[in-house]
Design a protein around this ligand. Structure first.
Ligand code: BGC
Length: 377
């Protein structure tokens, strides 16, 4: 059996870091909100990616997850922008220069404006439109992609936009929500086939948000954490897990993030163990904490990596960990307040400052490299 080197790194998404995503639905929605809730130039990562990847390299990262901004690649329906795709080639080549493995997400919450006019994920035609864009990306970038992630957190998108109605298009309707989830599943399955055909070397998955629910919340656990896997009929080469918090706590001195989220490495073990039945490799595609003072991030990383080791001993094939996030960034409806970065960003000057916890993570990565930590299958 093939040994795999455990991958360590961080994750970002285009709209949250690049800046000037002027052609997507989030940008449009933000314009009606106060300044600190508008993405603007965000971290100016579009222009500063070299500096940012030099930091990731300096911090010992061996993998990096980013997303492609659909509205920049296909600004008008059916018309692709050669400059934008070349930009992403340069971005991925920069990571390759450092021998950093690339996880590339094709859809991370934001939609091109032209797609919004066609009702985005409410429409059953969107899966085909997405597939055309996926095919273009695979043809032009495929040689530089190690892992594909088709869709980021389809359930979060559906719940935030159509159940809680706090994200655009803010339509509260449970039937529409279910339709959106089905359309994401359809899009994933089409994209899965397309990606396998064009880039057979690169494994394909989704990034699935998972929450640790209280043990008596079995329906919520099934619906939010697992239903999407059954819709895509396990058409995934690996499972990408985004995990942040538990919904419950039995502990009086529970640590909470700046957003009030309950820190629970035990909950992380619980959700990872629930993946056993799929018999797939697992990559943690996001895990992190809003912690502006950096008081809890180092211990958060240590305890969640320990949780991974515990579940590995119980037969869960976890092969990598991508911390959210490399940089402080635009946290959707929460604006620029929450600070998730291993690296702090001063938005007035765009100055980057490495937080102490990033060095703790670096030391863990270096120790693992010395131990030649492998995952054997
Ligand atoms: C999303 C990220 C987001 C993070 C922290 C995940 O739901 O994929 O875009 O920034 O959580 O809230």
């Amino acid at each position: 059996m093939k040994p795999h080197v455990f991958l360590y790194g961080a994750a970002t998404s285009a709209h949250q870091v690049e800046g000037n995503s002027v052609n997507n639905n989030w940008w449009k929605w933000e314009q009606g909100r106060p300044e600190e809730f508008r993405s603007g130039i965000a971290c100016d990562h579009w222009n500063r990616y070299k500096e940012d990847f030099a930091l990731a390299h300096q911090l010992g990262h061996t993998a990096h997850r980013l997303s492609l901004e659909w509205s920049k690649i296909e600004p008008t329906e059916g018309v692709f922008d050669a400059t934008a795709i070349q930009h992403y080639r340069d971005v991925l080549l920069e990571l390759k220069k450092y021998n950093i493995k690339t996880f590339v997400t094709l859809h991370h919450f934001a939609n091109p404006l032209w797609l919004e006019k066609r009702n985005s994920w409410e429409s059953s035609e969107t899966a085909e439109l997405f597939n055309r864009y996926v095919s273009y990306c695979a043809q032009h970038l495929g040689d530089l992609v190690d892992f594909w992630i088709t869709i980021n957190e389809p359930m979060v998108y559906a719940v935030q936009s159509y159940a809680k109605a706090v994200w655009p298009p803010q339509k509260k309707n449970v039937f529409t929500m279910l339709r959106v989830v089905n359309n994401f599943a359809k899009a994933h399955v089409l994209a899965y086939r397309t990606l396998h055909r064009i880039t057979p070397h690169a494994p394909v998955g989704i990034a699935k948000s998972m929450v640790a629910f209280a043990p008596n919340q079995t329906l919520k656990h099934w619906f939010f954490n697992h239903r999407f896997f059954s819709l895509i009929k396990n058409k995934q080469d690996f499972i990408g897990v985004n995990y942040y918090f538990a919904e419950y706590s039995n502990n009086a001195d529970t640590v909470r993030s700046d957003l009030g989220w309950i820190v629970s490495p035990e909950g992380f073990e619980q959700v990872l163990l629930s993946l056993k039945k799929y018999h797939k490799p697992v990559y943690v595609t996001e895990n992190g904490i809003a912690d502006a003072q950096d008081n809890n991030r180092a211990e958060f990383i240590r305890s969640h990596l320990r949780a991974i080791e515990n579940v590995q001993r119980q037969g869960i094939d976890v092969r990598g960990y991508l911390h959210w996030s490399l940089l402080d960034n635009f946290e959707w409806a929460e604006g620029f307040g929450p600070r998730f970065g291993l690296v702090a960003v001063d938005y007035a000057t765009q100055e980057r400052t490495i937080r102490p916890s990033a060095y703790v993570y670096k030391a863990i990565i270096e120790q693992a490299k010395r131990d030649e930590k492998l995952v054997i299958h």
